[in-house]
Design a binder for this molecule. Structure first.
Ligand code: SAH
Ligand code: MG
Length: 195
């Protein structure tokens, strides 16, 4: 068992794990920020959370939420086999229900689940943030649909909500947001000190 095996297995099963170039950018951000606590929405089989933990020498605490029980259990197995159970905690359930119950603040957030819920995830991650926290949202450009005017495909609810996320996160005066055209699009927001 190693990280390459977990990655290959996920790709074989068409699980949409984080893309290589997106991961490289996030690793850089994590090395600069040295977060103590990370919250991830969308664990899948644990690939991204294990990568985040590893780049920080497993000197971090990650809560990660996964709706699909089978995937969550596979993630827990992977994490246990790699001896990372002290640094990564998998929470099984719907992030929409779990987020409002969380109270402790986090330094970095990685939103990577249920595109139709991104505006709600933004609102909740802001609530759980502190000055200087970073909120990352993967797949924000969703195969280019988000920036195109094509509106008739079956993913239009997701696209509408991703557009709303971009609008809210760029217009919020308490956030400084950049939309990066890497991978499937990554939104990077920093929580500014409020005056
Ligand atoms: N972050 C992972 C990939 C996550 S794929 C990686 O890069 O390795 C997205 C995952 O989000 C899927 O496993 C899906 O089951 C989960 N998901 C979708 N909606 C969710 C929700 N409302 N709450 C929690 N998890 C959700
Ligand atoms: Mg993703």
């Amino acid at each position: 068992m190693n990280i390459e095996y977990i990655k290959k297995k996920a790709l074989n099963e068409h699980i949409p794990i984080i893309m290589d170039d997106t991961l490289e950018i996030i690793k850089k951000i994590l090395l600069e920020e040295k977060p103590k606590r990370i919250l991830e929405l969308g664990t899948a089989t644990g690939y991204s959370s294990i990568c985040f933990s590893n780049v920080l020498n497993n000197n971090v605490y990650i809560d990660t939420i996964e709706l699909d029980e089978e995937r969550a259990n596979e993630a827990i197995e992977n994490i246990n086999e790699l001896g990372l159970q002290k640094s990564i905690n998998v929470i099984i359930g719907n992030a929409v229900d779990i987020l409002p119950k969380l109270k402790e603040k986090y330094d970095v957030f990685f939103i990577d689940a249920a595109k139709g819920k991104y505006p709600f995830f933004l609102k909740e991650t802001i609530r759980l943030s502190k000055k200087g926290s970073i909120i990352l949202a993967d797949n924000i450009l969703y195969k280019g649909y988000v920036m195109s005017d094509y509106n008739k495909h079956k993913q239009r609810t997701a696209v509408r909500n991703l557009r709303e996320y971009i609008k809210k996160s760029t217009e919020d005066i308490n956030l400084k947001t950049e939309i990066l055209e890497i991978g499937d699009g990554l939104a990077v927001s920093r929580v500014l000190p409020s005056e």
